[in-house]
Design a protein around this ligand. Structure first.
Ligand code: AMP
Length: 279
């Protein structure tokens, strides 16, 4: 497995790689959620590239860029064990050299939920993903449903900008108690870790109500909020949203189109996001 730090070397290597080439972009501190993507990408493609880059431009000024977990050595061992051919782990100045001044600004798909709670977040995500696509030119790129709005944004920019990459979405990998795996879970205290599955329980409450025939978004949201409020360690709730699963537009009622119920909530100081798709 090659570990590459520069864009030029990564481009050259990927150009010479066997095809199809699969790409799994990550911010590292890998867990089973990431590995489910690399496993699928390994199975689907002749060559497998992964990236590890904690992208500064998708973090707000008061967010956790500094405390985001970084575990490069361990990540490289995990990726090697998965049969990864090449890992791109550039320093920030390689991706954003002095004078860098071009941004991708996604539209309505990026306005609500994470986009509203984290101004500029999806601009950073869209820009770095477009750069990674440009550097590696993969045939397929793999993303997790865990970050449901992120996948919708990436699908949209890929279509709108003709990026010629096949976007593959993989299901959310959870702990046995339902908590979605996330690198940020490492920052939960043991007490907060015990409380954290409340986010998925809240989503399940909305989903169960939907299964009984309820279609009103307000009532589905209320069911989820009630569960979140039952947990004292939930410090704040950024949103409980019911949106169209493709466009991310808020819906008043769930129709025949798949809808997504999404939550962002803070347990202690750790911000957790999760979603379920109603299908
Ligand atoms: P991150 O390192 O958080 O940027 O995540 C890299 C990729 O892994 C993204 O496409 C995420 O959606 C995906 N991912 C993160 N957590 C999970 C999970 N629990 N299940 C499935 N995919 C995940």
């Amino acid at each position: 497995m090659k570990v590459i730090k520069t864009c030029a070397e990564m481009s050259a290597l990927c150009q010479a790689a066997e095809r199809p080439l699969g790409l799994v972009p990550t911010m590292g501190a890998l867990h089973e959620g990431h590995l489910s993507l690399t496993r699928q990408a390994r199975a689907d493609n002749a060559a497998l590239a992964a990236s590890i880059f904690v992208n500064p431009t998708q973090f707000g000024p008061h967010e956790d860029f500094g405390s985001y977990p970084r575990r490069l050595e361990r990540d490289l061992e995990l990726l090697a064990a998965q049969g990864t051919d090449v890992v791109f782990a550039p320093p920030p100045e390689e991706i954003y050299p002095a004078g860098f001044d071009t941004w991708i600004e996604p539209g309505a798909v990026a306005e609500g939920m994470e986009g509203a709670a984290r101004p500029g977040h999806f601009r950073g995500v869209a820009t770095v993903v477009a750069k990674l696509f440009g550097i590696t030119r993969p045939n397929r790129a793999y993303f997790g449903q865990k970050d449901g709005q992120q996948v919708a944004v990436i699908r949209k920019i890929t279509t709108d900008l003709n990026l010629a990459v096949n976007i593959i979405t993989m299901p959310t990998i959870r702990e046995p108690d339902g908590l979605a795996q996330s690198s940020r879970n490492a920052n939960l205290t043991p007490e907060q870790r015990t409380a954290a599955p409340v986010v998925y329980r809240a989503l399940r409450a909305a989903e169960s109500l939907w299964h009984t025939g309820e279609r009103d978004a307000g009532r589905l949201q209320a069911a989820a909020r009630a569960v979140l409020q039952s947990e004292p360690l939930v410090e704040s709730v950024d949103y409980v949203s019911v949106v169209d699963a493709d466009t991310m537009a808020a819906v008043d009622a769930v129709s025949n189109q798949p809808a997504m119920v999404a939550i962002a909530a803070r347990v202690g100081s750790v911000r957790l996001i999760d979603n379920v798709v109603l299908v």
